[in-house]
Design a protein around this ligand. Structure first.
Ligand SMILES: C[S@@+](CC[C@H](N)C(=O)[O-])C[C@H]1O[C@@H](n2cnc3c(N)ncnc32)[C@H](O)[C@@H]1O
Length: 311
């Protein structure tokens, strides 16, 4: 099977017309081919997923997580320091949790991609669409929990007229992002910020700018409410979130229920959309998009999209 342009549009929740150029750019490569897992293969994957849920010990927001992020981003920092050209610098920014050659979730099925980088390829298309549709009119884009800075690098390469700032509570992430900007000659910088205590890090936000989070609000677990409230009170014009938004999963389907079991076991944030809807009811923001983006790792669809604007 291969992903058609209209299927891709459904998966991503964007218009097929706007997606056409990005699709054609990549469709000539064998990147979009995959085999759907059926019968025994599907059953074997479900058993793997259940065993993984059973044995998984990771606790989101646990005391050990800070150290895990620091050491993960240090590995990327070393790889980036040793990179000799632009291509290897960009490769050094890919986080290790995007693992090549794995079974993936795609449009409601477990699939085995022909290309080992299908998840990253799809995520890059999604980020380009997000950049084009929701970030291109902002003078400044701020990403919170920016990790290696590979989102900032992608957006800054595609739209260098905008200024980009990444924030993270990992000092190695900040170091890594600043080195990446230098090596890639792109307009972004990074600073320290702890999303659990947003009021502690007074930062100047350029009015009319955009805030982005990609898989970072998910990391706050039960401590996400303060950050969500804070960000909607800052002078951002728009917020864009690519997160495993649990409220968008269909708990009556086995496929989604398995992912929800995993997300709940780890304690990922389960209230982003609920909090934003409450704030919308208070009249402070308007939610302009919410979509369950239907691709991800074997365990979850981590790139659901929610966009809001201040009113
Ligand atoms: C799953 S990674 C996502 C990184 C990046 N946004 C991406 O798309 O690859 C989560 C990021 O959130 C950061 N993070 C976790 N808890 C945080 C907190 N309390 N304050 C700031 N950053 C945090 C981690 O250091 C890590 O960089």
């Amino acid at each position: 099977m291969s992903i058609s342009c209209s299927t891709l549009a459904d998966i991503m929740g964007f218009d097929a017309y706007g997606l056409r150029d990005l699709y054609l750019d990549r469709a000539h490569k064998p990147h979009f081919d995959y085999d759907v897992q059926r019968k025994h293969a599907k059953e074997a994957t479900i058993v793997r997923v259940l065993k993984r849920i059973d044995s998984d010990t990771q606790r989101i927001g646990g005391n050990d997580r800070y150290k895990v992020w620091e050491s993960g981003w240090e590995e990327n920092y070393v790889a980036l320091s040793n990179s000799k050209d632009r291509e290897s610098s960009l490769a050094a920014l890919v986080p290790a949790y995007i693992r090549p050659g794995q079974i993936m979730r795609l449009n409601g099925e477990y699939v085995k991609p022909k290309s080992k980088w299908l998840e990253l390829e799809l995520y890059s298309i999604l980020r380009s669409l997000v950049g084009e549709s929701y970030l291109s009119d902002a003078p400044h884009v701020y990403e919170f929990g920016a990790g290696t800075g590979y989102n900032l690098a992608l957006w800054a390469k595609e739209n260098p007229a905008i200024q980009y700032t990444g924030f993270d509570f990992s000092r190695n992430s900040v170091k890594l992002i600043n080195l990446a900007a230098q090596k890639l000659c792109l307009p972004f910088t990074a600073e320290y910020f702890n999303m659990v205590e947003p009021e502690m890090g007074p930062i100047a936000i350029e009015p009319g700018s955009a805030i982005v989070t990609c898989g970072s609000i998910e990391q706050l677990g039960e401590n996400s409410h303060k950050f969500v409230d804070w960000m909607t009170r800052m002078p951002f014009k728009r917020g864009v979130h690519l997160e495993p938004v649990m409220e968008l999963y269909d708990s009556s389907s086995l496929f989604d229920y398995l992912a929800l079991m995993f997300l709940k076991k780890r304690g990922y944030t389960d209230s982003l959309l609920t909090d934003l809807e409450r704030i919308e009811n208070e009249g402070r923001i308007r939610i302009v998009k919410k979509h369950h983006t239907k691709f991800g790792s074997m365990m979850m669809d981590g790139y659901c999209i929610v966009v809001w604007e201040t009113v």
